[in-house]
Every structure is written in structure tokens, then in C-alpha cells.
Design a protein around this ligand. Structure first.
Ligand SMILES: Nc1nc2c(ncn2[C@@H]2O[C@H](COP(=O)(O)OP(=O)(O)OP(=O)(O)O)[C@@H](O)[C@H]2O)c(=O)[nH]1
Ligand SMILES: [Mg+2]
Length: 207
């Protein structure tokens, strides 16, 4: 696969982990982040793709919080992430993703620095019905220089805006990938994370 070849070209830190003196090595660990606004499907995505039971920090959305959080677009949502999500995905014998999810609400923003520290890249999940909720995440990764891709979650199966329209609305750099995404589908989440990886490796090579 292309990303495996890419990791071999990226230098000693990302070297092929499988063939050293004939003994198999453990896969190269890579930290990835899943981020975005409130209720866009971050926890759902990590749960869909993780090969371990994901670690979650969900707390009930109480009536008090319902007055603060806009739950109008996610009426069936009863919990919210208060610290982080965590899951793992072995992409191949050489590469294992450790996937960290940020909390979606502004008031837990103090967690972001710790959750995102040292990540190779980030997937910013966007609800196509409320694009502006992802601005803080896009601003955050643009500012700290972490390579990111935009994953547009259709929710009801239909994108409210085309991918070019989303790109234009978010005003991200032309090289930032913008892909359609279903947070409930392991294949979709996996493919999107690979897009982030390839983008990060391209950036690391200076293209
Ligand atoms: N129909 C549909 N529902 C989704 C999809 N992704 C997530 N959901 C639902 O949307 C709600 C929010 O999903 P979460 O995964 O909790 O969202 P989150 O981004 O982790 O939320 P916070 O951590 O609170 O910001 C849940 O009820 C999910 O079941 C999707 O692709 N389609
Ligand atoms: Mg969550």
C-alpha cells in the first residue's frame, strides 16, 4: 500500500519495522487525533475503527448542560465527551495508529493541548449541516502546524454541501484533503485516517 512505502522513505523514525535481522519488530506507533466541533461523530468514529474496546470519557448531557450545549441538531445525543477518546488501529504489520479524540465542547478546550501533543496528524470531523462548528479545530491545527484533513460527515446520508463548497467555506489551504466520511463505518474512518497519514508524510517530505 502507498502509505507503507511512504513510511519507508520518511527516514529512520518511520523506518520499515518488519525486517530487522529477520526478527519481526512491533509496529511503529503513530499518534493520530480525531477532532472537530460538538456532536460531529468523533467518539462514534473512534469506536467504529478501534480494534480494542475504545476508552471513552462520556458524561450524561443533563438538562442544565442542554441549556449550554446546542443539541438541536443531535436530538438523540444523550452523552458528551468530557476529556478524551482513545482507540487503536493496526494498519499493517509495520504501523499502528494510537487514535486520540478531543472533547467537542469549548469548555473542555483546556484538554486539547495534552490530547493532541505529538500527533503526526489530525482528522477534523465536520457536520455538513453546521460547518462553522469546526472553525476552532481548523484554527487550532493551522496554528500549531499539525497536518490535518477534513472529514465531512453526511449524517443523514446526504451531504448538505458539496466537498468543493465545504472547502471553499472553510477556506483551508489547497493541499488540505477534504473527504466525505461516515463516522459509523470502520472502512470510512480507516480510509480517512490513511488520507491524513499520506498528507502528513507528503508535508514531512516538504512537497
Ligand atoms: N445518522 C448519523 N448519526 C451519527 C453519525 N455519526 C454520529 N452520529 C450520532 O451523532 C451523535 C453524536 O455522536 P458522537 O460520536 O457522540 O459525537 P462527538 O463528536 O464525539 O460528540 P462530543 O464528544 O460530545 O463533541 C450520536 O448520537 C451518534 O450516534 C453519522 O454518521 N450518521
Ligand atoms: Mg465525543
Amino acid at each position: 500500500m502507498a502509505f507503507v512505502q511512504s513510511t519507508r522513505q520518511a527516514g529512520p523514525a518511520m523506518a520499515d519495522a518488519s525486517a530487522h535481522h529477520g526478527a519481526p519488530r512491533p509496529p511503529q506507533p503513530v499518534k493520530m487525533v480525531v477532532s472537530g466541533g460538538f456532536g460531529v461523530g468523533k467518539t462514534t468514529a473512534i469506536g467504529a475503527v478501534s480494534e480494542i474496546e475504545p476508552l471513552t470519557t462520556e458524561a450524561a448531557i443533563t438538562e442544565v448542560a442542554a441549556g449550554i450545549d446546542d443539541v438541536s441538531m443531535t436530538p438523540r445525543k444523550t452523552t458528551t465527551t468530557v476529556a478524551m477518546d482513545f482507540g487503536c488501529l493496526t494498519l499493517d504489520p509495520t504501523l499502528k495508529l494510537y487514535i486520540f479524540g478531543t472533547p467537542g465542547q469549548d469548555r473542555f478546550g483546556f484538554m486539547w493541548k495534552d490530547v493532541t501533543a505529538g500527533a503526526l496528524g489530525a482528522l477534523v470531523v465536520v457536520d455538513s449541516r453546521r460547518l462553522d462548528d469546526c472553525f476552532p479545530a481548523v484554527d487550532y491545527f493551522e496554528r500549531d502546524g499539525t497536518p490535518f484533513a477534513i472529514a465531512v460527515n453526511a449524517f443523514d446520508g446526504v451531504l448538505s454541501h458539496s466537498l468543493p463548497a465545504v472547502r471553499s467555506a472553510l477556506d483551508v489551504a489547497p493541499e488540505v484533503p477534504v473527504v466525505a466520511f461516515d463516522a459509523r463505518s470502520a472502512d470510512s474512518v480507516r480510509e480517512s485516517l490513511i488520507v491524513v497519514l499520506e498528507h502528513a508524510l507528503t508535508r514531512a517530505r516538504g512537497y
